[in-house]
Design a protein around this ligand. Structure first.
Ligand code: FUL
Length: 694
């Protein structure tokens, strides 16, 4: 800059600085860095899971899958990008290499990649195709590179780290700007490992030398954010579940070092000394990879809306996964679910009702109009309502020009100055009386509250407690249309079907013959008896005052479990594994010798071809989840035949129904043997056991 210009500018700069020092609130650390702020503003982006195990119907490839299986004859990465764009997502993170070790780009460091598949004569580079498609659709691009590699012969040795970093370098150098890199911490131990077929355990904290790996990442991609649930603290954190929600209280902070519990991942830590915001990762289907059996299990609109409010609405981002089919496309049902979801969000937040309202507060920082309460409802995202120094309690009142009905409230803090609010209350002035509508804790980058519709003339936000003077950059009010939740369908051991509504106003209607349920026909009042055989139940919720119907929910039940006797335990509680209620569970005997068995007499011979296991659904019971099993059948409870054995791959992070099928066989007794649980030595826990018959 020419000298004379500088001399003209510096008094202005100084004036600006003085103004800053007098009145602008001081940041209260820890603070996000620029990359974290940019990432947080993305709010919503996609995961895509696609690999060699898409062709073997497995959750985790073992590492020995034949590359010749890989045959995505209709692949169209532009379809993936188009769907994500239309769904309102801002980027895509792709499984460039999952645990099987198979690379979706022609890495020069391994033969286990797309370069050795017959399809397209080994010339394809799917990472490139997707990176290009993202560019075309204005989406950011991110990569998932699994540190655990079940194919590589050197996994577990120092040599593998060089290999891992070489691959990382390829991905972070050759495909343009990468916004996020995903280092999944999963390591189930066993694998192919170049033919060794053995179990290899590593210490995830030390083996990968994360500090050096992070350094490399940041050198190659200075604008990246790093996700890691396995070792050194990264830029982002896992929220402790893959079910699609973060804690209602959610601090974007963690201790910079040391182990973190699941509770800490779920809620953050109020006085943590590092900014590590949460990313909610979940799949649009129960599992991450495509399985045809899940075509009927795509998340419903009410489920996706819950996920939205429990992720983006709770100061996190949402990373929603699409499993790509073997033909290389996203299934049309997943596409429809994502687009309906986008439409519903648009409708929920169509008209901000603060437009004609006035915001006032008795606490404006130094009475400076730059920090007036109106700054919370203006359209400038950079401006904010600021309160006086040393204040930790302050009200803001919004007065509508006429009585206004609303049921959603958005609040935001300017996080570049730190996350401050510890608790707050929201009240509405209804017919001249203040009515409390919410009492909550943290806000952070964005908090969205849902509550039953109120018609009010005023809304009062009272910040009750904060780490430093509270600041609110945005407050919006909406009236979102009601979305009825389809009923939950369960069947108890006696074969009675139970329906449960998501609210207290809906009536429920059902059918048992596969036809479409209709309001007014077959109203659910008490549990419905089925004849004990297979049953296909469909049900809807219906709101008589709005005359709205929900989507239909659907469940298929196999043979009823009426005559089943649990032989391996005398405890009456053991019958909770067949009570049809996923919320109840039974844990095997802790003192019993390993391996632990669940033995059931089916009461008569059945023609079996599979079984399903639902682990204890309790958040804290993960040690009891079975990860390796054997399933045996018998005609006489004496001689047993093993019909299935293996792993429940990603069950710890995604403790959902696990279904295994086998060659059909007649038997009267079944034995599920837990070979391994998450917390080795823990008694196996079961919420439900069920069978698939021919
Ligand atoms: C988990 C993995 O083991 C799953 O397969 C999936 O990739 C998910 C996103 O992370 O930990």
């Amino acid at each position: 800059m020419p000298k004379f210009l500088f001399s003209m500018l510096w008094p202005c700069l100084l004036a600006g600085f003085c103004c800053f020092s007098q009145s602008t609130p001081q940041p209260i650390g820890p603070l996000p860095n620029e990359n974290q702020v940019r990432w947080q503003k993305m709010e919503y982006y996609a995961f895509i899971h696609f690999s060699i195990n898409t062709y073997t119907d497995m959750a985790w490839g073992f590492g020995n899958e034949d590359p010749r299986l890989f045959n995505p004859e209709k692949i169209d990465c532009r379809q993936w990008a188009r769907i994500c764009k239309q769904a309102g997502m801002k980027g895509i993170i792709f499984t460039a290499k999952h645990h099987s070790g198979f690379c979706l780009w022609p890495s020069q460091y391994t033969e286990y990649s797309v370069k050795n598949v017959p399809w397209q004569n080994g010339k394809a580079d799917i990472v490139r195709q997707l990176a290009n498609a993202c560019k075309e659709y204005g989406l950011k691009f991110g990569v998932y590179l699994s540190p655990w590699d079940r194919n590589h012969p050197d996994y577990g040795k120092p040599e593998y780290i060089t290999y891992f970093r070489n691959q990382l370098t390829e991905l972070l150098t050759n495909y343009g700007e990468i916004f996020e890199v995903w280092f999944d911490g999963a390591n189930g131990g066993d694998g192919y490992y170049g033919g060794a077929n053995e179990t290899r355990k590593i210490d995830a904290r030390t083996y990968y030398d994360w500090p050096a790996t992070y350094k490399l990442v940041r050198k190659l991609q200075p604008k990246i954010v790093i996700w890691n649930d396995g070792g050194e603290r990264a830029d982002l954190r896992w929220v402790g579940t893959e079910a699609g929600y973060v804690g209602q209280t959610n601090w974007s902070l963690l201790p910079a070092t040391g182990d973190v519990s699941e509770k800490m991942l779920h809620h953050g830590v109020e006085d943590g000394n590092a900014w590590v915001p949460g990313e909610v990762n979940t799949s649009i289907r129960p599992e991450w990879f495509y399985h045809p059996r899940e075509d009927k299990k795509v998340k419903t609109l009410p489920e996706l809306m819950d996920i939205y409010y429990h992720s983006i609405g709770r100061n996190a981002t949402l990373l929603l996964n699409f499993p790509v089919m073997p033909n290389g496309l996203i299934h049309e049902k997943d596409q429809k679910a994502a687009l309906d979801f986008a439409q519903a969000i648009k409708e929920a937040f169509a008209v901000n009702l603060t437009g004609k309202a006035q915001a006032k507060s008795t606490n404006i920082r130094e009475n400076n109009p730059a920090f007036d309460a109106s700054k919370a409802i203006d359209t400038d995202p950079e401006s904010y309502w600021a309160t006086n120094e040393k204040t930790t309690h302050a009200p803001l009142t919004l007065t509508f020009s006429q009585p206004t009905a609303f049921n959603r409230l958005i609040l935001q803090e300017p996080i570049a100055l730190g996350q401050r609010v510890k608790s707050f209350v929201v009240e509405a002035l209804v017919n001249g009386q203040w009515k409390e509508i919410a009492k909550e804790t943290t806000i952070g980058y964005k908090r969205i509250l849902r509550f039953p519709t109120v018609e009010a003339t005023q809304l009062k936000l009272t910040i009750d407690d904060a780490k430093a003077c509270p600041l609110i950059s945005n407050l919006e009010v909406y009236k979102a249309p009601l979305i009825l939740t389809p009923p939950i369908i369960t069947r108890d051991q006696m074969g009675n079907v139970h329906l449960r509504a998501g609210d207290s106003e809906s009536e429920l209607y059902y059918t048992l013959d596969g036809s479409k349920p209709m309001p007014g026909k077959n109203k659910y009042t008490t549990p419905v008896k089925t004849n004990g055989g297979k049953a296909a139940v469909k049900a809807i919720a219906y709101n008589p005052s709005t005359k709205q119907s929900s989507l239909a929910s659907e469940e298929r039940f196999d043979i009823a479990r009426t005559a089943w006797k649990i032989l391996s335990s005398d405890a009456q509680q053991a019958y909770q594994v067949v009570d049809g209620n996923p919320a109840t569970s039974w844990h095997g005997d802790k003192s019993a010798q390993r391996p632990a068995d669940l033995v059931i007499d089916l009461g008569k011979e059945e023609y079996l071809q599979g079984f399903s296991y639902l682990p204890d659904q309790n958040w804290w019971a993960d040690a009891s989840i079975i990860t390796r099993y054997q399933f045996e059948v018998s005609a006489d409870n004496k001689s047993w035949k093993r019909v299935s054995e293996g792993e429940f791959s990603n069950i710890r992070n995604n403790p959902f129904w696990q279904t295994k099928t086998f060659e059909p066989i007649k038997a009267r007794y079944i034995r599920l043997r837990a070979l391994k649980t998450v917390g080795e030595g823990s008694a196996p826990g079961y919420a439900e056991i069920d069978l698939i018959t021919r």
